[in-house]
Design a protein around this ligand. Sequence first.
Ligand code: GDP
Length: 433
Amino acid sequence: APVLAVVGRPNVGKSTLVNRLIGRREAVVQDIPGVTRDRIAYDALWNGRRFTLVDTGGWEPDATGLQAAVAAQAEMAIQTADAVLLVVDASVGATATDEAVARVLRRSDRPVLLAATKVDDDRLTSDTAALWRLGLGEPHPVSGLHGRGSGDLLDAVLDALPESPRDLPGTGVGGPRRVALVGKPNVGKSSLLNRVSGEVRSVVHDVAGTTVDPVDSLVDLDGEVWRFVDTAGLRKRVHMASGMEYYASLRTRAAIEAAEVAVVLIDASEPIAEQDQRVIGMAEEAGRALVLVFNKWDLVDEDRRLAMKRELERDLVRVQWAERVNVSALTGRSVAKIAPALRTALASWDRRIPTGRLNGWLAEVIAATPPPVRSGKQPKVLFATQAQTRPPTFVLFTSGFLEAGYRRFLERRLREEFGFTGSPVRISVRVRE
Ligand code: GDP
């Protein structure tokens, strides 16, 4: 879902407005560990369209002073949201702080809306008009007290946000395949994108009839055009200040959902981090094809290489099936191997095994290694079919419960037989009594 970030000084009535916009408090989308409680994302629904509302909390002056804190927060909102809503107290008027944040917001290429709160009587409509001078277009008057104006504001919000769902995989027939380039800060995402995207601009004009979302990049890799989703921040080489991890995490999740294949960049010169595992977990949960790209290989010596091997076995066994490439975005080494890895992963993700072949193979496996007996009964596997691709999803019809260990064994054998490198595979069991 597209993301709306709400920013505003403390006490302008932002929380009241947010509550009006989302309807009720319980609608917490995600509870990401380590996130301060004052930054919360909500699921919002208006006129049948979903969006995510991120409440940035109040601006507290920190060591660098209020103005800097405000600018940083506005910057964060711009980088992570599809649209930004600035909330200003109409009964007070635009303060120097409001003006400072408006300046930051005016420079961004994201749509910005202006809400004028505490407009509880007609006397204040003239105060609302005064807010035009913030240069953010029409101020939308709202009253937290009687909720007046919030419907009109929501209409304006939806006009500003891209369609939802923006771009679900599989819906766009044809067109370049969608790639999410993700990974923790400083792994080299910008460096890699900049290295491979020399031809981006010309490509944009060459692909006739392709609608290019401004946040995406079309990149020519190995003679093929790929669509790297949500790369606006990476292209600009903007760096996130501390405290922005939460937004980065929302953004990462959204990019993965919008993509068909996730390229998770990992810093090979450092131990595999929990954050790497989290990003990989997101791709896995979303059922996307997966390519693990180990960057900064120019910094890897023999000791580090051996340590990495151990870490792979310890921390990444879950995704042994992923495509893996070792590169250096700095020197360009092996960057050319990324495109073939993407193709392999997507081919697996798309692969369909004919039912006859699947059942022929299954009969052999089961004859050689039958499922373990449970409470005196031998479960029979009656039939299998591939219910879905993207990712490959199999349904096994059985006469009894299959243990998790045996299901894993079947998945292993399935992968040995049919490949599926670079793609998750799902197996569900339907017990027929
Ligand atoms: P991002 O936050 O993931 O976009 O990371 P950046 O692309 O901004 O890179 C972070 C830092 O790592 C920068 O100082 C880069 O120059 C450096 N870097 C990126 N790729 C490599 C690489 O392959 N080798 C080395 N040695 N440094 C790299």
